[in-house]
Design a protein around this ligand. Structure first.
Ligand code: NAD
Ligand code: IPM
Ligand code: MN
Length: 349
């Protein structure tokens, strides 16, 4: 039987709560099957930092990199906690994993499932995927400040966009569109960010020539937020940079029934490094420890993980169990673990 080495990083806040349910569902989906998950748990995040002063050691990184895939809950403390100022959990842990493991595709599907009460009066059919670049843009940490703390302070944060980095993610987006509804929308801000926008526009135009069947569309990011609310059905594959993709996908989560349903994969398509699957949401300190978090995003992220590993049947069974659970939810209020139990039970059918 096949053994998959899975690194599990529960993290902070609601991270451990939602990961427990994702593991429950993973176990149910693979019970009695030919695949076995051999899990290693990594205690990383704000809590670990406050205990030991470590964010992500070289040993942690090497150990995690030796796995076949990674499941992550969420990391980060209460925004603004002064004790975490030097830790920079987001950069030093989450982004470090994405950069070091070359997760250049941050895949964030958005689908309005039947029965989900969304905020839009007439949502129409919503089913699109944001292909967010994961290793470049303004996230690279290429910045600095001078004359800090003075009225003369100058603070810079450079957006890095390489032809290599943009082309590979654009290619991924077009290949994905070929398997979907043959439409790619580039989202950027080419009217203002002329250099960064220019390279994205050029490479989308070039790669599009190899995909004559794929319709190409462009929106400035501000207008894209309008259409995500007024006509989300127009989108199939959205390709965009790291920062725009971050913002658009919280909005996409909100219009498809809430951030508690939004799943993601940080993919290294070449397979040189393990890919990492995590909900789009964060550690939600405001509801942590109360069993109020919706674990569905983490569970759907597990379906993406199964699919990435080629375990298509298991992935589809998990997705279907989630769809059935969602359709029956109505306005019932359940705890985190009750939702996980219900979805795991649906897998026993
Ligand atoms: P957040 O996503 O944690 O929370 C935003 C709002 O959504 C909160 O009201 C929260 O209660 C709600 N929410 C989030 N997940 C939910 C769920 N599963 N079910 C129900 N409600 C849910 O964003 P934030 O408050 O900006 O960030 C909190 C911390 O998380 C910060 O330290 C931030 O840096 C970190 N963060 C981490 C990740 C990650 O690990 N991938 C992602 C985003 C934010
Ligand atoms: C996300 C998060 C992260 C991001 C933060 C915590 C670094 O918001 O996964 O969407 O900006 O990518
Ligand atoms: Mn985000």
């Amino acid at each position: 039987s096949r053994v998959v080495k899975l690194a599990v990083i529960p993290g902070d806040g609601i991270g451990p709560e939602v990961v427990a349910e994702a593991e429950k569902v993973l176990d149910a989906a693979t019970a009695g099957s030919a695949v076995q998950f051999d899990k290693t748990r990594f205690s990383l995040g704000a809590a670990r930092y406050l205990e030991t002063g470590d964010t992500l050691t070289d040993d942690d990184l090497a150990a995690i990199g030796g796995h076949d895939a990674i499941l992550l809950g969420a990391v980060g403390g209460v925004p603004g906690d002064p004790r975490l100022k030097d830790a920079n959990i987001e950069r030093g842990l989450l982004l470090k994993l994405r950069f070091e493991l070359d997760h250049y595709v941050n895949l964030r599907p958005s689908k309005l499932y039947p029965g989900v009460p969304g905020p839009l009066a007439e949502p129409g059919d919503i089913d699109f995927v944001v292909v967010r670049e994961g290793t470049e843009g303004p996230y690279v940490g290429n910045g600095g400040a001078i004359r800090k703390g003075t009225p003369q302070e100058v603070a810079n944060e450079t957006s890095v966009n390489t032809a290599f980095g943009v082309e590979r993610v654009v290619r991924y987006a077009f290949d994905l569109a070929e398997r979907r509804r043959q439409k790619v929308t580039l989202v950027h801000k080419t009217n203002v960010l002329v250099h960064a926008g220019g390279i994205w526009q050029r490479l989308v135009t070039e790669v599009a020539q190899e995909h004559p069947g794929v319709a190409v569309d462009y929106l400035h990011v501000d207008a894209a937020t309008i259409f995500l609310v007024t006509n989300p059905g127009r989108f199939d594959v959205i390709v965009t940079d790291n920062l725009f993709g971050d913002i658009l996908t919280d909005l996409a989560g909100a219009v498809t029934g809430g951030i508690g349903l939004a799943a993601s994969g940080n993919i290294n398509p070449d397979g040189a490094f393990p890919s990492m699957f995590e909900p789009v949401h964060g550690s939600a300190p405001d509801i942590a420890g109360q069993q109020k978090a919706d674990p569905t995003a983490a569970i759907l992220s597990t379906a993406l993980l199964l699919d990435h590993l080629g375990l298509t049947d298991e992935a589809q069974r998990v997705t279907r169990a989630v769809e059935d659970d969602i359709a029956a939810r109505g306005d019932s209020i359940r705890t985190t673990s009750q939702i996980g139990d219900a979805i795991a039970a649906l897998l026993q059918r």
